[in-house]
Design a protein around this ligand. Structure first.
Ligand code: S3P
Length: 447
């Protein structure tokens, strides 16, 4: 379905967002590694996480899904059985890379494949460390592209210095480390999201952290525990920018993940002039809280260096914020965006230019001259959920109609996004404040 978007009034609402994608993947995997049953609430029923769920099922893990956001996982201590068919990772890099880590420690061969986008994504980053540990991983497409054949076996611990700040790489090695003989460590150049570390600890696994180095002991296994997945701050990001760039807007996002390795967007929007307040309420493994934001005429900023891994998934929507801000915003050190679901630097540059925004594209970033009125355009998602949603938000600020094509990909991370967009931007009486609970904002009703 194509999305048709028109200029909207400032948001005035309160909402919840679906479960965090990164945390949902990890919750199923860690529960599967435990020996006992775990109830996971707030699971994201997006296609990416369903790929992980089905993968665990095909590895012999019993799972029930009494409603879309609740899973009961009967862990088998991580002793998986050889799947009787190839494992379909869909569009999900997290599924393929983290699963490679788990499969590296099994005594059988498995084959992982994905859709056209995933088939173009680099896998050397996990093949290198997992091969050093003793697994044999063969990419079927050169140089290092999926499908992957993973022949697992006894693993030896390594002390791995990762060339990329990637939570997927770090997590793949740590998960393999649970099967290795000895203590496995990963050191990354800059801190990437630390969900795996926090969740391993929550599930009772001892994790040593020292600066950018994190270690686990081979043979440790998570204990069965129930877990609640917080709302995804990367999904909240689209509404946060829609409000931040609109003077007079007021948005509150409830029950959202506040992990400091993920909330860099709040610092960026504050620098750009939005008024942001955060309240943390709970911390059961992952901090959960409320974000309050009031819109303003934004001003340009620089986003670079250590901040990049913290906002890596938010850069498409932050580029839209930059287009709406006065001045020249620079995004640098973000070459990783070229190997996401699509080449996001090229996609952002192309789509912003279509909307009349001057953009200079560099190998590792963008220079965006903001402040002029955007013009509506017909834009394709390029199969990338975050490109679709970011430019839908851009359309709320544009003169004329914006049409987004190829929107099915949004189901990977945010089923129901377009419904919410229509509801939060529907005209209301002056001062009327809309409150959307997750059950209302989920695309599928809860039982
Ligand atoms: C993720 C890590 C990030 C992020 C992706 C999810 C994860 O990727 O972009 O959407 O769940 O570990 P990298 O690890 O490749 O940076």
């Amino acid at each position: 379905m194509d999305w048709k978007i028109k200029k909207a009034l400032p948001l005035n609402c309160e909402l919840e967002v679906p479960g965090d994608k990164s945390i949902s993947h990890r919750s199923v995997m860690l529960a599967a590694l435990s020996r006992g049953s775990c109830v996971i609430r707030g699971f994201l029923p997006g296609e990416d996480c369903l790929s992980t769920m089905e993968a665990m099922r095909s590895l012999g893990v019993a799972l029930e899904q009494p409603n879309p956001t609740t899973l009961i996982v009967y862990g088998n201590g991580g002793e998986f059985k050889k799947p009787n068919k190839d494992i379909d990772c869909g569009n999900s890099g997290t599924t393929m890379r983290l699963l490679s880590g788990l499969l590296a420690g099994q005594s059988f061969e498995s084959r992982l494949f994905g859709d056209a986008s995933l088939s173009k994504r680099p896998m050397k980053r996990v093949i290198d460390p997992l091969s050093k540990m003793g697994a044999r991983i063969v990419p079927e497409n050169s140089p290092d592209r999926p499908p992957l054949r993973v022949q697992g076996g006894p693993l030896k611990a390594i002390d791995y210095v990762s060339p990329v700040a990637s939570a997927q790489v770090k997590s793949a090695v740590l998960l393999a480390g649970l099967y290795a003989d000895g203590t496995t460590s990963v050191t990354e150049p800059t801190l990437s999201r630390d969900h795996t570390e926090r969740m391993l600890e929550y599930f009772g696994v001892r994790v040593e952290r020292e600066g950018l180095k994190v270690s686990v002991k081979g043979g440790s296994r998570p204990q069965p525990r129930d877990f609640r997945v917080p709302g995804d701050v990367s999904s909240a990001a689209f509404w946060l920018v829609a409000a931040a760039a609109s003077p007079g807007a007021h948005l509150r996002v409830n029950h959202v993940g506040m992990n400091p390795s993920r909330t860099g967007i709040l610092a960026v929007l504050t620098r750009m002039g939005a008024r942001v307040r955060e309240f943390e309420f709970q911390n059961e493994g992952e901090p959960i809280g409320t974000i309050d934001i009031e819109g303003a005429q934004l001003k340009a900023t620089r986003i670079e260096g250590k901040e990049i891994p913290n906002v890596i998934d938010e850069l498409p929507i932050l580029a839209v914020a930059a287009a709406l801000a006065n001045g020249v915003t620079v995004i640098a050190d973000a070459a990783e965006l070229r190997v996401k679901e699509t080449d996001r630097l090229a996609a952002i540059a192309h789509h912003l230019r279509e909307m009349g925004v001057p953009v200079v594209e560099f190998p590792d970033g963008l220079e965006i001259t903001g402040g002029a009125t955007l013009k509506g355009a017909k834009l394709d998602s390029l199969g990338d959920h975050r490109i679709a949603m970011a430019f839908a938000v851009a359309g709320l600020f544009a003169q004329g109609e914006t049409v987004i094509t190829g929107t099915d990909c949004v189901n990977t991370s945010y089923p129901g996004f377009y419904d919410i967009l229509q509801r939060v931007t529907a005209e209301r009486a002056v001062g009327e404040h809309l409150v959307l609970k997750l059950e209302e904002s989920a695309s599928e009703p809860l039982e």
